[in-house]
Ligand binder design. Sequence first.
Ligand code: ZN
Length: 193
Amino acid sequence: MAVLEIVQIGHPVLREVARNVSVEDIQSEAVQNFIDELVETMRAANGAGLAATQVARPLRICAVEVKAGNPRYPYKPAIPLRVMINPEIEPMGPATFLNYEGCLSVPNLRGVVPRYEAIRLRYLDRNGVPHEEEVKGVSAGTYQHEMDHLDGKVFVDRVVDSTTLCTWDNFETHHKAAFVEAITAMEKRLGNS
Ligand code: ZN
């Protein structure tokens, strides 16, 4: 297994719409090895998620995993590892929240992005088995961010107010406290914590 190179904003592959993976291809050694490498790369970079387009493979495969105390996102609720193939997201209502996002493909930049507060998620796992889940709150934002990558979108495309753009240090110093307060209240309201 190898840690793959994560491509950075400006690389054209980040703007490609990734193609679906057939159920037969999911079982192939090439795709199974690629999934292992995608997960290893996400973990090595302390990412909360990683999409195949970010390692220059335009396939509809992404991984999400948040362990307690993730150094990039210490406030994010834990998510057990999920490898999603051909994922689809459907909002469960019009409600949105403001998420302060960052991305392994956009070095040292964060910005505020509106995300649906509750989504229904459908995907195939790495054995080709279909799953359906409902996700609410901050974790719903994480899935929407990864799904965007598979459609050639990067979070900066969705930043409504460019004055929210900031470095990671300035997020820490000037914006983190208010953001954590807001999402903590949301998680409580949604019954996530
Ligand atoms: Zn990203």
